[in-house]
Design a protein around this ligand. Structure first.
Ligand code: C5P
Length: 239
């Protein structure tokens, strides 16, 4: 991953709404996140459009299947020439290694392999759910750290986690391992459904490699001002 980007989550239902939103951020070279909602509607064409406009892309499809299936799927995704993709660490080390093999096999000559990061635990998973539904008798933090180490040992490039978890991750893993952190809000923003949030300044101080910001920018009255304010705060510039 180059530098420490601010990644905008394009949580929109279709390409038309994405186009309307991007018109409000003219002349900006962005790093955007395309998730299942948008990709399952628009398919690879939305990636081509965003790339033609000069944007970097995190394709957030959270793959989780048998190793061979993930390997073949990643081989296909690498051909889209995105910058970042992801899997669920719960798929295990063989699956994560297969993801990297698939990406390497699918990356075109002369292109860089997309970075691959792991989701440790979804923020929607509570400790009670972990213990009583999934029958994992460990604490949430313990499993997040264990999955992070597993991802590291499997050759992945980083994880998605809360910025509040970042200092502990770097007590155990070196800083070449990326921490991509959603749950970012400006002090005056509404939390929506996020619980463990941090401001961009705090995320930087805690050591996040990149922040993912959705509604604070996409639902702002003036998205350009909100984006620049977030970006300056994240980069340690005057807001
Ligand atoms: O609107 P908001 O800034 O909360 O959006 C955050 C983005 O990050 C959404 O696309 C959400 O799905 C994603 N995300 C998250 N927490 C995770 C993993 C992904 O909020 N643990």
């Amino acid at each position: 991953m180059n530098g420490r980007p601010l990644i905008i989550a394009l949580d929109f239902p279709d390409g038309k709404e994405v186009g309307g939103f991007l018109k409000k951020l003219p002349d900006q070279k962005l790093y955007v996140k395309v998730g299942m909602e948008l990709f399952y509607q628009e398919g690879p064409s939305i990636i081509d459009q965003l790339k033609s406009a000069g944007h970097d892309i995190f394709l957030d499809l959270k793959l989780h299947d048998i190793p061979q299936t993930v390997k073949q799927a990643m081989k296909g995704l690498a051909k889209l020439d995105v910058n970042l993709v992801n899997v669920h660490a719960a798929g295990g080390s063989a699956m994560m290694q297969a993801a990297i093999e698939g990406l390497e096999a699918g990356t075109r000559a002369g292109s860089k392999r997309p970075d691959c990061i792991a989701v440790t635990q979804l923020t929607s998973t509570s400790e009670a759910m972990l213990n009583h539904e999934l029958l994992i008798g460990k604490g949430l933090n313990e499993t997040v750290l264990h999955y992070a180490k597993l991802a590291y040992e499997s050759g992945l490039d980083g994880i998605v986690c809360s910025s509040l978890e970042v200092p502990e991750i770097y007590q155990h893993l070196d800083r070449s391992f990326h921490t991509i952190t959603p749950g970012i809000r400006l002090a005056e923003d509404s939390l929506n459904d996020q619980v463990r949030v941090a401001t961009p300044e705090k995320a930087r101080e805690l050591g996040s490699t990149a922040i993912v910001v959705g509604r604070s920018i996409t639902k702002a009255k003036d998205p350009l001002t909100a984006y620049l304010q977030m970006k300056n705060a994240w980069e340690g510039l005057p807001v």
